[in-house]
Design a protein around this ligand. Structure first.
Ligand code: ATR
Length: 276
């Protein structure tokens, strides 16, 4: 029986067991996917135990995404680029691989929900400069975005991120975020603003054209106030749930040997759990 899990501290709210459990059942795989609360002190020992006991691998969430980096034998490009990993697996030689599938998840969902988002190569506005933004900026640049306007409350963090992409990513002041949307083909919220229980994102879409795309990484609520405003304006919208579902695909394939599909059935299952 193949075994995988998600490790974090705390881990109570992870939706990953629901997603992987659905696929295990759907594809008739004899396997398990569980939640494991692992404190930072115990991380190295815990991973060693998984390896010794023949586990296939695991997902990694807060606060371990950076720490697992130094414990992996092989770090894949996406994880290296943003110095954080969310998916680990042992290969046949029992070497530990670390990858970051959030980038794949975000880009796949964007390409599927808003095909041609970069057709006219208009500028992209990214709000935020934290861990999520690092992955999104990397994915957008890899996919051909040639002008990114990076807006973050703490400007130094945006400057730090932009330094990796000189000429492609330009920092603008957080206070001018409304005006910076002018001429953009895509706007991405990579902050936690708009999430249930968090402060709201104060952003006017007035200067954004109706043929632009608006994406949010927040998935609770499914339609954030930002996405609702974008929809009302006639913009195409991309929700955060698709990213969560698609990021799970490569991990499942590594651990259980089947590339799973993100279906409406799965989406509805997770929505029911989020709203239940
Ligand atoms: P993650 O890894 O999930 O991206 P993070 O690194 O804590 O988490 O980043 C959170 C992002 O949301 C940051 O861009 C943060 O802005 P700062 O760099 O200025 O902290 C942004 N953010 C959080 N609360 C915010 C608020 N009230 N107003 C504006 N931006 C906020």
């Amino acid at each position: 029986m193949k075994k995988a899990c998600v490790i974090g501290w705390p881990i109570k709210h992870s939706r990953s067991p629901l997603i992987h459990g659905h696929w295990l059942e759907k594809y008739g795989i004899e396997g398990s996917y569980t939640k494991q609360a692992v404190s930072p002190d115990n991380l190295e020992l815990f991973l060693d135990k998984l390896r010794q006991n023949g586990w296939s691998g695991c997902n990694v969430t807060v606060p371990h995404k950076e720490a697992v980096f130094r414990l992996a034998d092989i770090v894949h490009d996406e994880a290296r680029a943003i110095e954080a990993a969310n998916t680990l697996w042992w290969d046949a030689d029992r070497l530990l691989h670390a990858s970051n599938t959030d980038i794949y998840g975000f880009m796949t969902h964007l390409d599927q929900s808003a095909p041609g988002w970069n057709e006219n190569e208009r500028p992209v506005a990214v709000l935020g400069a934290g861990g999520a933004a690092r992955g999104i900026v990397y994915g957008l640049v890899q996919s051909g975005a040639s002008q990114i306007r990076l807006l973050n409350r703490t400007r130094e963090r945006a400057d730090e991120l932009a330094a990796y992409y000189e000429g492609t990513v330009n920092v603008a002041d957080w206070r001018s975020r409304n005006e910076e949307l002018e001429g953009c083909g895509l706007v991405v919220n990579s902050t936690s603003l708009g999430m249930e229980g968090s402060a709201s994102l104060d952003l006017s879409l007035e200067s954004l054209e109706a043929n632009a795309v608006v994406a949010d990484i927040v998935y609770a609520p499914l339609e954030t106030p930002l996405l609702a405003a974008a929809r009302q304006k006639g913009c195409r919208t991309v929700d955060g749930l698709g990213m969560l579902l698609h990021q799970a695909v490569p991990g499942f394939e590594h651990w259980f040997g089947v590339r799973p599909q993100v279906t409406d059935e799965l989406r509805n299952l997770v929505i029911a759990d989020l709203t239940g």
